[in-house]
Ligand binder design. Structure first.
Ligand code: GLC
Ligand code: CA
Length: 558
């Protein structure tokens, strides 16, 4: 067994967790101040979004120096203190490592463009223009073409899947694989326990001469050409083998946004040099509601929770990964609005928030909790369309206005769906800047009322419930037990977890009606967790609207 088989991960967006020096930007000393809170919550692993030196074009995912901490977040001494203080509390730290691209300010790229004989030229992807145009029509995730020129009179373009200030690395080049492994080893020596491999599924690209076939867009974004391609496993292996050779305990969490369950299994085969777990957006358990906004790109489309879709997704992920790796269990991250806004939930009742947490996290897999989720915190609500300034949002506003969709409707859509709303300050208390800072936070707008101080003193709060839930999750039954989803009617989500000693049963009612559910097996059980007052009568469990419970055997199983 590895330490991370029991991992319960807490994702911290460092800029938005706690500001310690009054500049409105969260920082590492701020996180240290809050470690007691994190320990009390019951998580044992922290994933930090990127903390390396960065021009912050993409909030740290554009790295210009991988060997130092961004000055806005602190110093290397602060980082060492954080590691020491976290480890003292038996909390592991994993760092976010952008490996698919660097910043255009990184010395490799600077040298590649200023030095004619640069050895770093081949660290990036270049292609000559064709008839004065880009070499192909592929679209970037951040809008426009994947190709840009450094100088307008140059014959060559460089490739960037994300922002044009984030050139992609050329992973065909073994030196790139080695350099990235050296970076990882530097941080391992400092004592970090693992990495999130950012956007790793994009490291391999198809033949750059292929054209995307969509007729409707000038630059279609088509994963066919740059996601989950076969060479990827070779590149990943070249990098991972160097890390794992001497540090087999390092946890590698791959970000595989568009991977399906089968691809996830391939990336996590235990005997190969891959990841230990991958997190994909396919297992969010959501449906896209295509009716209202047919023309809205997938990224912004309103979604609503469908229990059926959730069941089908998880039965698939659990089955496909059963003998390979743990599924990632998560309701969200920094790339998507908070799930309490995004999923168009039928009620904002705390009971439902608790039931959704039970339904997700007690399954087989490793929970990843997005900071603030444990409060039931909602996203920020911006006041006007101009507050959304990233290219994707700007394009969307333009397109919807052209279709005469009223501004208020666009604003509502963006407030429910845009990722920036999910990157607001953690709400510590009800003071002016929510206890996050005494200055205006870098990302700020109208916010919801939930806050940690109030919830700590309320025994029925979402926060207190998460604490109990995570304690239950860390028992063998809910960490290691087999998983079986039971066939039930549409409003119920029921699954069993079994080890040789334990039997756990989880029953969740996602409806506004009470339900009586007969126990599927006879067993002497105790109620381990519930968000209502549960009575077991005649082998039946009575569940209130939005009610849930987790039952565990007390010894004997029939
Ligand atoms: C990942 C990150 C996202 C970032 C992108 C480029 O998808 O989660 O925030 O913009 O990679 O690094
Ligand atoms: Ca600060």
């Amino acid at each position: 067994m590895k330490w991370y088989d029991n991992a319960i991960i807490y994702q911290i967006y460092p800029k938005s967790f706690q500001d310690s020096n009054g500049d409105g930007i969260g920082d590492l000393p701020g996180i240290i101040q809050r470690l007691d809170y994190i320990e009390q919550l019951g998580v044992n692993t922290i994933w930090l979004n990127p903390i390396f030196v960065s021009p912050q074009v993409d909030n740290g995912y554009d790295v210009s120096n991988y060997f130092a901490i961004d000055p806005s977040l602190g110093t290397i001494d602060d980082f060492e203190d954080l590691l020491k203080e976290a480890h003292r509390r038996n909390i592991y730290i994993i760092l976010d490592l952008p490996i698919n691209h660097t910043s255009d300010q990184h010395p490799w790229f600077r040298d590649a463009v200023t030095n004619k004989n640069s050895i770093f030229k081949d660290y990036y992807i270049w292609k000559k223009q064709v008839n004065g145009h880009e070499p192909n029509n592929w679209g970037s995730f951040f809008g426009g073409s994947v190709w840009s020129k450094v100088h307008s009179d140059s014959d060559y373009y460089y490739f960037h899947l994300f922002d044009k200030k984030m050139p992609d690395l050329n992973w065909k080049n073994v030196e790139v694989q080695n350099s990235m492994a050296d970076i990882a080893k530097f941080w391992i020596q400092k004592g970090v326990d693992g990495f999130r491999l950012d956007a790793f599924i994009h490291m391999a690209k198809a033949d750059l001469g292929q054209m995307a076939l969509s007729n409707s867009e000038k630059y279609p974004v088509d994963d066919t050409f740059f996601a989950n391609l076969p060479e990827l496993k070779k590149y990943l292996g070249g990098f991972v083998s160097q890390i794992k050779k001497e540090n087999s305990d390092i946890f590698l969490l791959g970000e595989a946004a568009s991977a399906n369950a089968y691809q996830a299994a391939e990336y996590t085969q235990p005997e190969e040099n891959g990841c230990d777990m991958v997190v994909s957006s396919d297992n969010f358990g959501e449906v896209y509601d295509d009716d209202n906004f047919g023309d809205v790109p997938k990224f912004f489309r309103p979604r609503k929770l469908s229990l059926n879709r959730f069941k089908n997704t998880f039965v698939k992920w659990e089955s496909v990964l059963a003998n390979t790796s743990f599924p990632a269990l998560t309701w969200g991250n920094h790339d998507i609005s908070r799930f309490v806004d995004r999923l168009n939930l039928p009620t904002d009742d705390n009971k439902l928030k608790k039931s959704l947490a039970v339904m997700m996290f007690l399954q087989r897999g490793i929970p990843i909790i997005y900071y603030g989720e444990e409060l039931g915190q909602h996203g920020l609500k911006y006041e006007k369309l101009e507050d959304f300034d990233d290219q994707r949002a700007v394009d969307l506003i333009q397109n919807l206005r052209a279709k005469d969709i009223p501004d208020e409707q666009i604003l509502e859509l963006l407030n429910d769906q845009d990722e920036m709303t999910a990157r607001g300050p953690f709400q510590w208390d009800d003071s002016q800047f929510v206890g996050f800072s005494n200055a205006q936070p870098w990302n700020w707008a109208e916010h919801s009322e939930e806050n940690a101080q109030q919830e700590q003193s309320d025994p029925n709060s979402v926060l207190n419930f998460y604490e109990k839930l995570l304690r239950l999750k860390s028992t063998d039954c809910f960490t290691l037990g087999n998983y079986r989803l039971l066939k039930t009617d549409d409003n119920l989500f029921v699954f069993e977890r079994r080890t040789s000693n334990d039997y756990g049963l989880v029953v969740v009612n996602i409806s506004n009606k009470s339900i009586d559910y007969p126990l599927p097996v006879k067993f002497d059980c105790r109620i381990a967790l519930s968000n209502q007052d549960i009575k077991l009568t005649n082998g039946q469990i009575h569940l209130d609207p939005w009610g849930c419970c987790a039952l565990v055997n007390d010894g004997r199983i029939d």
